[in-house]
Design a protein around this ligand. Structure first.
Ligand code: G3P
Length: 217
C-alpha cells in the first residue's frame, strides 16, 4: 500500500519525507489556501522533495479552462499529477490528459458509479472521500470496498486513493480491502506508529539496560 501525505505544508512534508515512508503528496485548493503560499511555487518545492506523484488541483470547471490550467501545472515538474473534479468536463479532461501521458487524480468521488466513470476515463487515481461520507452518516469504507470490487472485476488500472482519511482505522480497513493508496493528514501518519505497549516495553528495556552499566559504542 502506498502512503501519500495530504498537505501543502512544506515543513511537514520535509519532516515526513525523511521517514522513507512517503510515496507521494496530495494537495487541494483548501490546503493551498491554508499554506498561505503561492500555489505553483509550493507545488514546485514539494515535487523537489518527494519524487512520487504530487497532486495539484485545477481551479477551472469548464473543459477548456481545465486543460489550460493542466498544461501550466504539468510543466512544473515531471511528477506533477493533475487533479480534476469528478464532473463531465473533469472526466473529459482526464481522458485527454491520460491519453497524453499525464497522471490524473480524479477527486471528489462519493459513489461507485462515479468511480466507474473515472476508471473508464483512464484516471491514474480515483479519490473517494471516506471521512466526508462518514461525517454525513454514510459508510465511507463501504464505498472503498465497492470500488475495489468493481475495479478488480474488470481489471481497471486506476488506483484507489483513499482520501479524506480521519484516523488509523480508515487506513487499516483500506489496506485490508486492498486499496492501492491512502493519502494521510500528517497527524494520522504519525498515529500509525503508536501503541501504548511499545512505549511501556521500550521504557522497561531502557531501564533494565541502564542497570547493566554497559554501553554499545
Ligand atoms: O484532499 C482530499 C481530501 O483528502 C480532503 O480531506 O479532510 O478535507 O475531507 P478532508
Amino acid at each position: 500500500m502506498k502512503f501519500f501525505i495530504d498537505t501543502a505544508d512544506l515543513a511537514e512534508i520535509r519532516a515526513l519525507a525523511n521517514s522513507g515512508l512517503l510515496d507521494g503528496v496530495t494537495t487541494n485548493p483548501s490546503l493551498i489556501a491554508k499554506s498561505g503560499r503561492d500555489f505553483k511555487e509550493v507545488i514546485k518545492e514539494i515535487c523537489a522533495v518527494v519524487p512520487g506523484p504530487v497532486s495539484a488541483e485545477v481551479a477551472g470547471t469548464e473543459y477548456d479552462q481545465i486543460m489550460a490550467e493542466a498544461n501550466v501545472l504539468r510543466k512544473i515538474a515531471d511528477n506533477v499529477c493533475i487533479k480534476v473534479p469528478l464532473t463531465p468536463d473533469g472526466l473529459r479532461a482526464c481522458r485527454h490528459l491520460s491519453d497524453d501521458g499525464t497522471l490524473v487524480n480524479v477527486t471528489l468521488c462519493f459513489s461507485p458509479a462515479q468511480a466507474l466513470l473515472a476508471a473508464k476515463s483512464k484516471a491514474a487515481f480515483i479519490s473517494p472521500f471516506v471521512g466526508r461520507l462518514d461525517d454525513i452518516g454514510w459508510d465511507g469504507m463501504q464505498l472503498i470496498a465497492d470500488i475495489v470490487e468493481i475495479y478488480e472485476n474488470y481489471g481497471f488500472r486506476t488506483e484507489v486513493l483513499v482520501a479524506s482519511v480521519r484516523n488509523p482505522v480508515h487506513v487499516i480497513e483500506a489496506a485490508k480491502m486492498g486499496a492501492h493508496v491512502a493519502t494521510l493528514p500528517p497527524s494520522v501518519l504519525r498515529m500509525l506508529f503508536n501503541h501504548p505497549l511499545t512505549d511501556k516495553g521500550l521504557a522497561a528495556f531502557l531501564a533494565d539496560w541502564a542497570k547493566t552499566g554497559q554501553t554499545i559504542i
